[in-house]
Each structure stands twice: as structure tokens, then as C-alpha cells.
Design a protein around this ligand. Structure first.
Ligand SMILES: Cc1cc2nc3c(=O)[nH]c(=O)nc-3n(C[C@H](O)[C@H](O)[C@H](O)COP(=O)(O)OP(=O)(O)OC[C@H]3O[C@@H](n4cnc5c(N)ncnc54)[C@H](O)[C@@H]3O)c2cc1C
Length: 386
């Protein structure tokens, strides 16, 4: 049996590791990058913390899994009749195919956004952003008066807290006069972190206020150009706006929609075994399963699919996937966090440690504990002393 897994993210890596442990046939993991990206810490890497906590080479993850072949290629189409998945470099035949290729950023056609906004969804975007701050603050000894983060979901809020601290740190280290520098979150919804509870929004809002971070809720960004942002018709000067809003399903599924049943949000409908088509499974951010769009549910689905394929191979009775509600948590500046789960929450220093423990748990799902601890501890190491 040959299982081809596409996507070296949370769901794909977990599926490959779990399948590898079960020794069922040959496993090929195809991903368009040679590394796994830990999105939850990209806000920190984008503000000067170590890359080691966000970027883990796939070779390292699978060092002890000789039955997993890693291929770097970008998958573009499918031929289910011939059981082929087609990449930019070649086609790959499969007995079972697992697609876990994550989501992409969408800019809702906002004028100039795709061209001028920074992002922190990929390593390339993170490097661009770091380069911009380095050029501006270190080389040109200049701060913007306004740093805008568009989207006050968890990523935007985390980034706002970290960027605020990073700019202060850079001003101190490089003895640059900061003047009146303001980090502002802009959110179109009536409150911040709209997918979390109202308690979370209230407590986190208080924290942002304490840090001096501006929050504009119910405000729409209409345009962005090189040096101004337009919010509700008003132009404000800035050379730094980071887009953390808007995700859409990977365009691969719309391009191959004749094989999939797509929900109105573009995600793929799957059955109780996460199956979307004969011998094709769709996991993580790509499907419509409850609690999607988060890392732990993607890990759960990766684990499930390995067990499922083992049951199929052994002709044992099948079990349905049961989604579990994950905890959600976010750090806002160093040493402060908020975590909630099933209606309970912790905040402040305890919240920060709870969130850090969540990160450790996530790493330990992917690499041996010793490596997980090393990667986790990299959070406290600056990448370069800017
Ligand atoms: C900035 C940011 C912060 C986040 N913070 C949190 C958080 O704090 N907590 C949380 O629970 N969730 C968080 N998330 C969401 C979480 O990261 C995702 O839900 C999770 O990564 C989904 O896992 P996945 O395996 O479905 O996709 P991904 O982890 O995105 O993996 C997709 C993989 O597919 C590869 N790929 C894409 N297209 C192709 C192709 N055509 N061919 C081959 N390979 C391809 C990609 O390179 C990637 O390796 C965050 C997301 C972002 C962007």
C-alpha cells in the first residue's frame, strides 16, 4: 500500500508520523517547502525572536522514520481514475491520498492591500517584514508614527503586543528617538478576537489598552498604498501595515472542484472518515469539520487518518472521526497571556504559561520530547541582536 500525503503542516506531518509508526506500506510526504512552519509562533519570529521555534526542517522531523519519503513539489491537479496526483515536477501514484495543504491569505480585493501590506503567514513574508523594520529603524534611524495591524483576530493581537515591545527594544538598543510611535489594530467586526468569547475580548482589550496599543473596532480599511492607509474614508500616514485578516481555502480545491463538494466558504465537505472522494481524504484547514482553522484539530485529524487507514488495511470495523474542542490561547506582550477552554479561562502570567505549555504540547506531537523542549526554549533566544 502506498499512501501519499500532500502538505507538510500540522495535519500532514502528524498523519505521516503516525502512519510510519504503524508500518503500513510506503509513505510519501509531498510539500511545497522543505520545512514545517509552526504558525502560532510566527508573530514572535517576525519581531526578532528565533526562527528555530517556527521553522523545523522536515528531514529533522522524519529522521527516525525511514519509511517516509519526503518530496518537495507543489501539487496542482488530480487524476483519481488513474490514482495520480500531479505536481509541478512529476506525477505521483497512490493507493490512498491525504490532502492537507492549508489555507491561503485573501485580501478581499481591498485596493493596494496585496501589493503593499506585509504579512506573517509564511517564512518569506516574515523575512520581508523583518527586513523592512531593520531597514527603517536600524539603517535609516527612523520610526513610522503609525504601525497598523489589520485584523484583530488572535494573530493580529499577538503581533501587536510583540511589535510594540520590539519597537521599544530597537529604539533602546540603537538609541533612536522614537517620537510618538503608535501600534494600532484595525478590526471590521464589532469586537476584537471575534471567534473567542466576549470575556476573552474584554480582558484582552484591557491588556492592549494598558500596553498603549490602539484598537479601532467597527472600522474598515478601504485602501493601502506605499505611505498611507485609508480607514473609513480617512487617510493616515504609514509605511507599515500588516495584514492578518482573511483566510481562504487553498485554491487547489476550487481548481479541481469537479472532484470535491465545496461548502460556500470554499472548504471541502468530507464524510465521517474525513473522506472526500474514493481513496482521497482531506484534512485540517481544508475541510469543513467542526473546530477547523486551528492547529490541534489538524493534529487530531492527522492522527485519526493514520488509525483509519490501518483499520482499512486490516479490514477492521471503521470508526467515525469525533472533533474535540481545542483550548485557544494568545500571548499579548511578554509574560502575559489568555487561555480558555470549555468556558474556563486563565489570564496574565498564568495565561502566558498555559499558552507556552500549549506550544510545548504541539511540538511534542511532532518531534521527540527532547527536540520539542529545545525548539520551545528557542522562544527566549533572539534570532540576531538587531
Ligand atoms: C500566523 C498564524 C498564526 C496562527 N496561530 C495559531 C494558534 O495560535 N493556534 C492555533 O491553533 N492555530 C493557529 N493558526 C492556525 C493553524 O496554524 C492552522 O489551523 C494549521 O496550520 C492547519 O494545519 P494544516 O495541516 O491544515 O495546514 P498547514 O499547517 O498550513 O500546512 C499546509 C502545508 O501544505 C503545504 N502546501 C500548500 N500548498 C501546497 C501544494 N499545492 N502542494 C504541496 N504542498 C502544499 C504548505 O507548505 C504547508 O506545509 C495560525 C495560523 C497562522 C497563519
Amino acid at each position: 500500500m502506498h499512501t501519499v500525503i500532500v502538505g507538510g503542516g500540522f495535519a500532514g506531518v502528524k498523519a505521516a508520523l503516525e502512519l510510519s509508526k504503524r508500518h503500513i506500506g510506503k509513505i510519501t510526504l509531498i510539500s511545497d517547502e522543505p520545512y514545517f512552519l509552526h504558525h502560532a509562533t510566527l508573530y514572535a519570529t517576525a519581531t526578532g525572536k528565533s526562527k528555530a521555534e517556527s521553522v523545523i526542517p522536515l528531514d529533522e522531523i522524519f529522521a527516525a522514520s525511514p519509511n517516509v519519503t519526503i518530496v518537495v513539489d507543489t501539487i496542482t491537479s488530480l487524476d483519481p481514475e488513474r490514482k495520480l496526483v500531479v505536481g509541478k515536477q512529476k506525477s505521483y501514484s497512490y493507493d490512498s491520498l491525504v490532502l492537507a495543504i492549508g489555507s491561503v491569505t485573501t485580501f478581499f480585493n481591498i485596493d493596494g492591500m496585496a501589493k503593499h501590506a506585509f504579512g506573517i503567514k509564511s517564512l518569506e513574508e516574515v523575512n520581508d517584514f523583518l527586513g523592512h523594520i531593520e531597514r527603517e529603524v536600524i539603517a535609516d534611524k527612523h520610526f513610522d508614527s503609525n504601525y497598523f495591524i489589520i485584523g484583530a483576530g488572535p494573530t493580529g493581537v499577538e503581533l501587536a503586543g510583540a511589535l510594540n515591545e520590539h519597537l521599544r527594544h530597537l529604539a533602546d538598543v540603537h538609541r533612536t528617538v522614537r517620537g510618538k510611535v503608535k501600534v494600532t489594530l484595525v478590526e471590521a467586526a464589532p469586537r476584537i478576537i471575534p471567534r473567542s468569547s466576549s470575556t476573552a475580548a474584554e480582558i484582552v482589550s484591557r491588556r492592549l489598552k494598558k500596553l498603549g496599543i490602539g484598537v479601532l473596532i467597527n472600522h474598515k480599511v478601504q485602501a493601502l498604498d506605499k505611505d498611507t492607509i485609508t480607514i473609513d474614508g480617512k487617510k493616515v500616514a504609514t509605511e507599515t501595515a500588516v495584514w492578518t485578516s482573511g483566510v481562504a481555502n487553498n485554491p487547489f480545491f476550487a481548481a479541481n472542484s469537479h472532484f470535491f463538494q465545496l461548502a460556500p466558504n470554499g472548504r471541502v465537505n468530507v464524510n465521517q472518515y474525513l473522506q472526500a472522494y474514493k481513496d482521497i481524504y482531506v484534512l485540517g484547514d481544508n475541510n469543513t469539520v467542526k473546530f477547523g482553522g486551528m492547529a490541534w484539530p489538524a493534529l487530531d485529524q492527522g492522527k485519526f487518518i493514520a488509525k483509519h487507514l490501518a483499520r482499512v488495511a486490516a479490514k477492521r470495523p471503521l470508526r467515525a472521526f469525533r472533533p474535540k474542542q481545542p483550548p485557544s490561547g494568545l500571548p499579548v506582550g511578554h509574560g502575559w497571556g489568555y487561555v480558555e477552554w470549555h468556558g474556563f479561562y486563565v489570564s496574565g502570567r498564568t495565561g502566558y504559561f498555559a499558552r507556552r505549555l500549549m506550544e510545548l504540547y504541539g511540538y511534542a506531537q511532532l518531534v521527540p520530547l527532547r527536540t520539542a523542549i529545545a525548539v520551545w526554549r528557542a522562544h527566549d533566544v533572539p534570532e540576531v541582536d538587531l
